[in-house]
Design a protein around this ligand. Structure first.
Ligand code: PAF
Length: 289
């Protein structure tokens, strides 16, 4: 059945309050739309584990910097609704920007309150996108307050995002269980992302280098390279073999703190961000297979 589309905060709150009165659990998948099988896996997990499934579609201006792809972010609400129906989502919450951020201040983004996450948000993606994680955390906390889910489902492709959301939930005592779901990949290994739709056919072909660079990092570790610098070099060397690709960063990090360890170990994780033309893609994997 096609999910009910709800656009207003008060309306979704009152619908979900009725379910809560019946002791039903609520599973939530926040998205920015243009859904793909990766989002489908989050909805499927929510469907399997909770009574009422809510997905949101909101392209959050706060997490885009000037010059980023806010105005061109892909959108197809009919297709999204069909995919949500396939996964038996009950409600699609699709608020407008004015609904989420009524202009209550003289600031352009309409908000006076925002969430700042120290340290975790400053490194890696945070260096390339300094305001991104604050905007992301602000909207996710707001969505948690609106939906009130028992469980919320996020993809592990956005590894740093997931670590930040877990930290925010713990630090602010938000009563939600954050569930990370495995990366869903295309047949050739490219991690699914709404932004893959920006790639030209040549860039799409070249984009397989992203996953292959992580394979090179893992292979270096398998062959005994335990120095994070050596592993990063192996990833960078692989990226260099693809003329259409440009490395933004590669890193070996601890999977909780996202700090680079002195030596690669069981809790190490590999991160990479790569430009294919103007499109920036991210991917990650554990250091050990
Ligand atoms: O991962 C995303 O799609 C977004 O960052 C999220 C979590 C929906 C917040 O806007």
């Amino acid at each position: 059945m096609v999910p009910s589309q709800v656009n207003e905060i008060e309306a979704i709150r009152s619908l979900l309050d009725n379910h809560r009165r019946n002791d039903e659990t609520i599973g939530f998948t926040p998205t920015m739309g243009y859904l793909h099988a990766g989002h489908g896996s989050l909805m499927a997990a929510a469907r399997a584990e909770t009574d009422v499934v809510v997905a949101s579609i909101f392209v959050n201006p706060l997490q885009f910097a000037a010059g980023e792809d806010l105005s061109s972010y892909p959108s197809d609400i009919d297709r999204d609704s069909a995919l949500a129906a396939e996964h038996s989502v009950d409600y699609l919450f699709v608020p407008s920007v004015a609904e989420m951020y009524p202009k209550s201040s003289s600031h352009d983004d309409g908000v006076l309150t925002s969430i700042q996450i120290r340290d975790l948000a400053d490194r890696w993606d945070g260096e390339s996108r300094p305001t991104h994680f604050s905007g992301m955390a602000t909207v996710v906390s707001k969505l948690f307050n609106i939906i009130g889910p028992c469980r919320a489902y996020f993809g592990e492709k956005d590894f740093q995002q997931l670590a930040i959301i877990r930290t925010m939930v713990q630090d602010l005592s938000i009563p939600v269980e954050v569930v990370g779901c495995p990366i869903v990949r295309e047949a050739d290994g490219l991690a699914m992302s709404s932004r893959n739709s920006y790639l030209s056919p040549a860039e799409r072909q070249a984009a397989t280098i992203v996953r292959r660079s992580l394979d090179a990092g893992q292979a270096a570790i398998q062959s005994g390279s335990l120095s994070p610098g050596g592993v990063v070099d192996a990833i960078a060397e692989m990226i260099k073999t693809e003329p259409l690709a440009k490395l933004d960063y590669a890193a070996v990090v601890d999977n909780q703190t996202l700090v680079t360890p002195n030596e690669v170990g069981p809790s190490s994780h590999l991160l990479v961000a790569v430009y294919l033309g103007k499109t920036r893609l991210i991917d990650n994997c554990p250091a050990y297979l």
